[in-house]
Design a protein around this ligand. Structure first.
Ligand SMILES: [Fe+2]
Length: 283
């Protein structure tokens, strides 16, 4: 596998033959710094990331795959991504896949994660039932998202490659408004082009996002659209202007069933361990 590339090669997830469901862990928006002492709006993001990993390990739940949905770094330096990867190593041997968020430097991210043993693959097939596609919605130096013609074409090729597989599509930027005007101006700008494709493929059942630092579980174009709390700061739902939430850092567990059903649950740390600077007015 080539270093530093956003690879679109196929990865077949090895799953024990006696398993009937695929268990996925989603982590998103870890916003790590090069210096572990730094905080983001009052929360030390390295500490909250470690606390989330520790809580997951304590629950002794087995996962087949970890999907990380971007903004792994607040400060996209080599050491930020090394901290992330070394956290993932604690959950070995579970394989991890990733896509970039608006805060990430994709070149550094790809190089470091590759060096740390994390695959760059963007298409994962599981048994004869499911495939997972990881899209790049990053626009260089911009907070909003856009899917290039290449990304859309590649997605459609993957869907044609496995027409009988149910498909989960992951991308950083949600394609719909979540109800926070300040965030919604920075969602996926060409959502209609994504909709035009997924509407033609009934087996695309679910989209999985990060970016908005809050939980959503909505219907978009007849598909289930999920977004997940960050492992650090949370944005308050249904607020037109930037507002932080005291909700605890979280993660999402997803079970993919052979018949296409998706069961999912957001989990959080206990309240009171991490409080942001609630009076902050932007970042
Ligand atoms: Fe983020």
């Amino acid at each position: 596998m080539k270093k530093g590339a956003y690879l679109e090669n196929l990865f077949k997830l090895p799953v024990p033959a006696n398993e009937t469901e695929i268990r996925i862990l989603q982590l998103t928006d870890t916003h790590l710094f090069a210096d572990k002492k730094k905080t983001l709006l009052g929360i030390n993001t390295a500490d909250s990331y470690s606390a989330v990993l520790e809580a997951i390990a304590t629950q002794k739940q087995r996962f087949d795959l970890i999907i990380t949905t971007g903004d792994l770094a607040q400060e996209p330096a080599i050491t930020s991504y090394q901290y992330f990867a070394r956290g993932m190593a604690e959950l070995l041997p579970t394989p991890c896949v990733w896509l970039p968020g608006n805060h990430d430097n994709q070149k550094i991210m790809a190089d470091v994660l590759f060096d740390e043993g994390i695959t760059a693959t963007k298409q994962v097939t599981i048994s004869d039932n499911w495939q997972i596609l990881l899209l790049d919605s990053q626009v260089s130096e911009q907070p909003y998202g856009h899917l290039s013609d290449h990304q859309l074409l590649w997605m459609e090729q993957c869907l044609q490659m496995f027409p009988q597989h149910y498909t989960l599509v992951a991308l950083h930027h949600p394609p719909l408004a979540c109800g926070c005007r300040w965030l919604d101006q920075n969602n996926l700008r060409n959502a209609s082009m994504l909709a035009e494709i997924v509407l033609r493929y009934p087996r695309v059942t679910t989209l999985l996002c990060g970016h908005i630092h809050q939980e959503i579980d909505l219907n978009w174009c007849g598909k289930r659209l999920l977004a997940t709390p960050s492992t650090c700061i949370q944005f308050k739902p249904d607020h037109a202007t930037f507002t932080l939430d005291n909700a605890a850092p979280g993660w999402r567990c997803i079970n993919l069933q052979p018949d296409g059903t998706v069961k999912t649950q957001v989990k959080r740390l206990a309240n009171g361990l991490f409080y942001p600077d609630i009076n902050a007015n932007g970042y």
